[in-house]
Every structure is written in C-alpha cells, then in structure tokens.
Design a protein around this ligand. Structure first.
Ligand code: UD1
Length: 416
C-alpha cells in the first residue's frame, strides 16, 4: 500500500456509511485498562492507530479478540506499565496512557511523543495537571517515568482547553480518592464520549460537554458493552469533498449535531444540505463559493482537523478565501503540493489566502500526515485526470477504508 491512484474530475454520486470515531476510540482504549475485567466495544474503527494501541494493550497483558465486529478486551491481569518505544514514538496518542496507567498501576513509563509535522505539540499541560492529582515525574533521556501512589482529587484549571490533557485528567481522576473539579476543560464531543464510556462502567463524571467537569473517584469499575460514536472528521472530509467536486452524496451514520460549524461553511460554499435521522445529503454543482474569513477554534468552532480538507476544497472556489489556523502552528504543509496542482495560495503568518482557480492539474502528491493526506485526496478527486497520493499509510491512520468509501461514491481509485 504505497500510493493511491485516483482518477478525478467527475461529480460524486452515491452513499457512504461513516466509520467509528478515531479520536473517541483512542482514549476509550486507554480507559479500558482502568477496569479489572472485560469490555466490549462496538463500531471501533479498524485503523492503524487503533491497531497500534491494541498492540500496546497486549504488551500490558490485555487479552484481545474480535468477535464479528465486536472488540473484546479482557484487562483482568496487567503485568506491565511501560509503553514500548517503537509504538510510543510512532503514535502521539500513547501519551494518553499516562492517566490510565497511573490510575491502574500507580506507575507509567512512556517515550516522549516529540514534535510532529503539524507542530511542536508539547505535553506541559498534561504533566502539570497530572502532578496536581499526585503524580511525580522523572524526566529521563529515553522517556518519561511517572509514579502516583495515591491519586487524589483536587480543583484545577487548564491554561488552554487541551483535548489530550483533559482526557488524561479524566482517566487519572476516575479512580482517585475524592473529587476532581476540572475548569477550562476541552468540550470536544470525543471527551463527552470518553465520559459516557466511563460512566457506563460505573464512573461518576458530571458536566461532560461543558468546560467544567466534576469527577468523583470510585473504588472500581464494572464490565460494559459500548458502541463508539461515528467520526465527525471523516464525515466532514466527505462533505468537503462533495463541495469541491460537485455531486449528490448521502452520508449515513452521521453525528449531525457535532457538525454545525462544518455545515455552516458548506452553506457559505453554496452546497445544499438535507438532514434526516443520522443522515446527511449534500448536493453541489460547479465550483464552490469562497469563504472570505474563517478561523479554526476549539469545539464548537471549526475543527483544525478539517482545515486542510477545507483548504483543498477552496483552491477551486470562485473568489478569494482566507483561513486562519489557530490551534497547530505548522498545519499548512499541503500548500506546496496544492501549488504544484496550480492552486494559488499565499501564507502570511498563520493565515492562508486562497485565490480560487478554475481547475487543478493532476499530479504526484505526497501525504505527510493524516488530515493533510486526506486533503490531497480531495484535490486529486477534483482534478481532471489521474493523480497519485504517495505515503498512503498516513491516511490509513484515520480512515478505515477510504478506497471503499470513494468507490461507493463513483470515484475510480486503487492502491498500489
Ligand atoms: C487532539 C486530537 C487531534 C486534534 C486536536 C485539537 C486526538 C487523538 N487528537 O489532539 O486530532 O487536532 O485534539 O482538536 O484526539 N498543547 C500544549 N501543551 C500541552 C498540550 C497541548 O501547548 O500539554 C497545545 C498543542 O501544541 C496544540 C494545542 O495545544 O497547539 C491543542 O492541542 P490538544 O488540544 O492537546 O490536541 P491533542 O490532544 O494533541
């Protein structure tokens, strides 16, 4: 699976069912080890990041099996609290295991996640918050060691509503002694989902979906059977793809209430949308209209994960669009590739100024990260002729089967 070959330039037509959410599945898989028993997860996406996480859980001593589409994890006996370096360095989300390992094993050892192409991504907020709950960190050259003999509830306020730091606090506080009040928590739906999951196991978390969480520690959790919600970013990717290429697409299993910021942008782009019960039909013709002014923002604002897909779609818009990236400082990496296709984009500090062009020229493109890679697929689907998107493995980190999905929308696409 080295590259995707895409024959673009035709309007999309067909239906896609949206996969389970990556950013909900990863913290939930981390949370599973808090329970000395069995968890059944349904609708867990079979993506590379999930498969890496399952390997890490196996190293800890979890017994894992798939029965049809249900993922069964038995975390009764854990024998290790160290994330192997080969996974830790590859997958930033392994940092999310800090909170749950400390909660269950009272110790944890992970390698530094390091920077990545979308930005430096420090973990200072995670560490400061976990310290407040009693964790002690030993920063060694090879990685981070932590112990937390008596996780204890407290009141704390995050300096920025970091998604990962909010999740780590929840994971450590769930079994801590006493009550934790977390202020300025992130409000992303994936955090609400993590709380819903933990509460289904007997945790006591109030305020999910708001900036103030109250987590009353419990002594132990119980078995659960839980269905993971659909992925709003995958749905948003296909919405923007339809706006870029034109067509008539029905998305099924869509978390519509989580997509209002994206729906608003699609309206500005001139796409028609019809919502049903968990379905969304998008119709679009010709070039999209421009979006003169948009900034990414924490939820419920426009998600940074859809900034690159939007940038690709607006390369073809009528008029000039401006997108400001406020979350990750280095998230305009696809601009070079889009320029090779004929897009007219200028970067000024954290803003991209996009003068829409009538068409994009097909070419060879290189995915350098997950969402940027998906954005290049959008550009390739819109460009008349055959494009290749190299380093497809980045896209497979978050899209379960983009080939199957796009084929069901009538796109000629294959991997080589
Ligand atoms: C999560 C999502 C990612 C999404 C992002 C923002 C997962 C697996 N990933 O990433 O897809 O793009 O939320 O919605 O759920 N920061 C610090 N110090 C910290 C933590 C964060 O400075 O300790 C900064 C980051 O560098 C970044 C910003 O805060 O600039 C947002 O990061 P955060 O909300 O933590 O995102 P992630 O949890 O890494």
């Amino acid at each position: 699976m080295e590259y995707l070959e895409i024959r673009g330039g035709s309007p999309l037509k067909g239906e896609v069912c949206i996969q389970g959410s990556k950013n909900a599945a990863l913290p939930i898989l981390s949370a599973v080890i808090l329970h000395r028993g069995t968890t059944v997860l349904r609708n867990c996406p079979k993506i590379i990041d999930v498969l890496y996480m399952l390997e890490i859980l196996k190293d800890f001593g979890c017994r894992i099996s798939w029965e049809r589409e249900a993922l069964i994890i038995d975390a009764t006996c854990l024998c290790a609290s160290q994330v192997a370096e080969c996974y830790g360095r590859q997958m930033r989300s392994s940092i999310m295991l800090l909170g749950s390992l400390l909660g269950r094993m009272k110790e944890a050892s992970v390698s530094y996640p390091g920077g990545c192409v979308i930005g430096a991504r420090p973990i200072d907020i995670h560490l400061a918050a976990l310290k407040k709950l009693g964790a002690i960190f030993l920063e060694e050259p090879a990685g981070l060691k932590a112990v937390c003999c008596h996780p204890t509830g407290t009141t704390l306020k995050l300096p920025f509503p970091s998604v990962g730091a909010t999740e780590n606090v929840i994971l450590l506080a769930a079994l801590a002694e006493g009550t934790t009040c977390l202020e300025n928590a992130a409000r992303e739906p994936e955090i609400e989902e993590l709380c819903r999951f933990l509460n289904s196991m007997g945790a006591r978390i109030c305020g999910a979906g708001t900036s103030n969480l109250v987590i009353t520690g419990v002594k132990k959790l119980h078995d659960t059977d839980f269905t993971i919600m659909p992925d709003r970013i995958v749905a948003g990717t296909y919405m923007l793809m339809t706006a870029a290429t034109g067509g008539d697409v029905l998305l099924r299993n869509v978390p519509i209430e989580q997509l209002s910021s994206v729906q608003k942008i699609l309206r500005q782009m001139g796409a028609k949308q019809e919502t049903g019960e968990h379905t969304l039909r998008i119709q679009s013709q010709g070039r999209p209209d421009c979006v003169p002014n948009l900034s990414t923002a924490p939820y419920p604002g426009f998600p940074t994960d859809l900034q690159s897909p939007l940038l690709a779609a607006l390369s073809l818009a009528q008029g000039t669009s401006v997108i400001e990236e406020t979350i990750f400082e280095a998230r305009f990496k696809i601009v070079e590739d889009l320029r090779h296709m004929g897009a007219k984009i200028q970067i000024e500090n954290q803003k991209a100024i996009i003068e829409g062009t009538e068409e994009l020229t097909p070419t060879d493109l290189i995915a350098r990260e997950l969402r940027g890679g998906a954005a290049l697929v959008i550009a390739a689907a819109a460009a008349k002729g055959t494009s290749r998107v190299h380093q497809y493995h980045y896209i497979a980190r978050g899209y379960e089967n983009i080939i199957r999905d796009l084929q069901s929308l009538g796109i000629v696409i294959q991997s080589t």
